[in-house]
Ligand binder design. Structure first.
Ligand code: BJW
Ligand code: ZN
Length: 239
């Protein structure tokens, strides 16, 4: 099985990664649903919905500011770096649910941020959008138009940015191999991306120490951490 999949991987021209919080876990960024996951400690409905934001913007902003500090002090790990190395050999696209920007910092060029970015802010009323350059003098920060600013992330009940989502479907539907890394696939619609790839006959590989709801449809499941597995996968491709 492993040899068969390795051979298909070597022959693949276009490889698409779907990544989640698990790939950044070894950079010191907590996951959501794992043992030390954020949703074990915090209530998602009080922090990651627009209603929660409007009812207590200060609380939500403080939570994102703390996470942003942690993310900015984190570094890409060998898993992120391996994916960017693969670009030298194959057409590679990364469809990520992460908001941490670590794929880009590792050098990946084609990254689709399905759930937005913690490094960007947007206005709740006008079209203002910008990167956060420094810390805010007051929390919650306000826009020049007088309305409240929010992190440019996708909360529960909100649509994904449509251009990003359409691009991600296109890449997933046309890849030879899809490698699903560090995601529980518990959240829709991102968890449909492996379905699009499978429908197109792609070779499916999963990198996750735990089983997921798509495990049974995978050609190969590697039950190891991504910082360990991804450099080995790159070795196979370039051998
Ligand atoms: C390792 C590892 C290592 C560990 N190496 N692996 C009922 C009520 C209300 C809504 C819904 C409902 N049913 C369904 C919905 C829809 C909802 C949803 O899916 N909810 C489910 C939870 C039930 N989805 C939405 O609301 C989405 N929007 C939507 O559907 O819009 C419809 C719409 C259309 C048109 C108009 C309007 C609306 C939006 C989803 C937004 C998700 N947002 C969050 C937070 C925001 C960003 C942030 O603050 O960070 O995104 S939630 C959180 O989950 C975050 C993540 O991106 C996302 C996915 O999590 P991920 O990455 O899979 O992490 P984990 O922790 O779940 O898994 C980590 C994995 O790593 C584990 O498997 C580990 O084993 C593994 N691992 N160490 C490799 N070293
Ligand atoms: Zn504004």
């Amino acid at each position: 099985m492993f040899e068969q999949v390795s051979d298909k991987l070597r022959k693949s021209e276009k490889i698409v990664f779907v990544t989640g919080a698990g790939i950044s876990q070894e950079s010191g960024i907590p996951t959501f649903r794992g043992k030390d996951g954020l949703w074990r400690k915090y209530d998602a409905m009080q922090l990651a919905t627009i209603d929660a934001f409007y009812s207590n913007p200060k609380l939500v902003w403080e939570w994102y500011e703390e996470r942003r500090r942690n993310i900015l002090s984190a570094k890409p790990n060998p898993g992120h770096v391996a994916i960017s190395e693969l670009q030298k050999h194959k057409e590679v696209h990364v469809l990520t649910q992460n908001i941490d920007g670590l794929h880009q910092r590792a050098g990946s060029k084609s990254v689709y941020e399905l759930h937005g970015s913690i490094i960007t802010i947007k206005c709740t009323a006008c079209s203002f959008k910008d990167k956060i350059e420094s810390s805010f003098s007051e929390i919650p920060p306000t826009c020049k138009c007088g309305s409240i600013l929010r992190p440019d992330v996708v909360w529960f009940g909100e649509a994904l940015p449509q251009d990003v989502w359409q691009g991600a479907i296109q890449q997933a539907s046309t890849c030879d191999t899809m490698i699903v890394v560090g995601t529980s696939l518990a959240v829709s619609p991102a968890n449909l991306l492996p379905v699009y790839a499978k429908q197109n006959g792609a070779t499916m590989i999963e990198v996750n120490p735990e089983q997921t709801m798509m495990s049974e449809t995978m050609d190969l499941s590697l039950r190891v951490s991504s910082a360990k597995a991804l450099p080995e996968i790159i070795d196979i491709v370039t051998k």
